[in-house]
Design a protein around this ligand. Structure first.
Ligand code: F6P
Length: 376
């Protein structure tokens, strides 16, 4: 008897991101059409995997999804080692191992970001064959050049920065546009440079309100009675940054699970109390410059809709490369984007790490070269 075809599971986890369907299709078409595998897709991320809710994905299910936003499989933000099940927080790794065996799987492909890398690593530790593909609009995954979703979100945020220029100019206003990115500034920096924002504020460079106001005042002196400020959702002034850092060091120095939980609650309360930071900055700038200020929060607009060509290409390339790796029996890795090709990175090198914007990064230098204020 010939060797049985490989049977593979795929799922999407974490926040959705443009290009997820392109990656499912890229993997699926290569896996089924080229390597003769069978493919099933788990619903709702990790939760579907735990509850064994899946659909068979054949070529017709993969047809027509390249350009679709979101994920045909739906997604969720569950953590495999502490999932809320029947009102209790439980470690569900064993349920996944059972389902993997019951479904006759040879590998599982998880499409996700930082949280998914941690889930993937925890599952790989149980002995399952796990691979991940890097997806996030935040571009904060380590050891990959980029992730699908980032290029599309950059396009959307750039268009917003573009459009805000004419209205800010017409009304002699400061417009602050808050851009996603969780704890990193890649998206804000990229869209701020591409859209020609006058000031770009990112978490990696805590800002001084006085410095932001001085940039606006200098523009006013030159006759520009408006300014567009691109503010990352994670950007903070020096004093708010110090508060978060102090709370974070309490988390890191806590020695018992109870102390860790209490310290995390304290840190999260501080972050919560700073949620309106862009509005606070708008008020401060209005007072300092005398210019009227407005805030635009782009929010989930940046994650919705069809992926741009670059993300479709990237997602398809990564998907195809992942299928080849599964066919070759490789697992325990993230399939990274590297130049025009791909690379593999051990999951343990990805899980728990975050790619910040280095303060001397070329894009930072670029922004400085064109006279963009960075608030420092
Ligand atoms: O990680 C992607 C992201 O969009 C971040 O930029 C943002 O902080 C977060 O997800 C928002 O999450 P949610 O969709 O749960 O509101």
């Amino acid at each position: 008897m010939g060797k049985k075809n490989k049977r593979v599971g795929i799922l999407t986890a974490g926040g959705d991101s443009p290009g997820l369907n392109a990656a499912i299709r890229g993997f699926g078409k290569a896996a089924i059409g080229h390597y003769g595998m069978e493919l099933i897709g788990f619903r709702d991320g990790i939760r579907g995997l735990v509850e064994n809710r899946f659909i068979e994905l054949d070529t017709s299910a993969l047809s027509g999804i390249l350009t679709r936003g979101g994920t045909i499989l739906s997604t969720g933000r569950d953590k495999i080692h502490k999932m809320l099940v029947d009102g209790q927080v439980r470690d569900m790794r064993n349920a996944v191992v059972e389902n993997y065996e019951r479904d006759g799987l040879d590998a599982l492909v998880l499409l996700g970001g930082g949280g998914t890398a941690k889930n993937a690593f925890r599952l790989a530790e149980t002995g399952l064959n796990i691979l991940t593909l890097p997806k996030t609009i935040d571009n904060d995954i380590v050891h990959t050049d980029t992730s699908f979703g980032f290029a599309t979100a950059t396009e959307i945020a750039t268009e917003a920065v573009d459009r805000l220029h004419s209205t800010a100019h017409s009304h002699h206003r400061i417009i602050l546009v808050e851009i996603m990115g969780h704890r990193v500034g890649w998206l804000t920096l990229a869209a701020g440079i591409a859209g020609g924002a006058d000031i770009i504020l990112i978490p990696e460079i805590p800002y001084h309100v006085e410095s932001v106001a001085a940039t606006i005042q200098a523009r006013m002196k030159r006759g520009s009675t408006f300014s567009v400020v691109a503010v990352a959702e994670g950007a903070r002034d020096l004093s708010d940054t110090a508060d978060i850092q102090a709370a974070q060091s309490l988390v890191e120095s806590a020695t018992t699970p109870e102390a860790v939980r209490a310290a995390k609650n304290h840190r999260n309360a501080i972050i919560d109390s700073q949620r309106e930071h862009t509005f606070k900055l708008a008020r401060e700038l209005e007072a300092a410059t005398g210019l009227e200020s407005r805030v635009t929060i782009l929010g989930h607009v940046q994650r919705g809709g069809t992926p741009c060509a670059i993300d479709r290409l990237l997602a398809t390339r990564l998907g195809g490369a992942a299928a080849e790796l599964v066919a070759d029996g490789v697992s325990g890795v993230m399939v990274a984007a590297r130049g025009e090709g791909t690379d593999t990175v051990p999951l343990q090198d990805v899980a728990g790490n975050i790619k910040l914007v280095p303060p001397d990064h070329e894009w930072i230098m670029t922004a400085r070269h064109v006279g963009t204020g960075l608030g420092d």
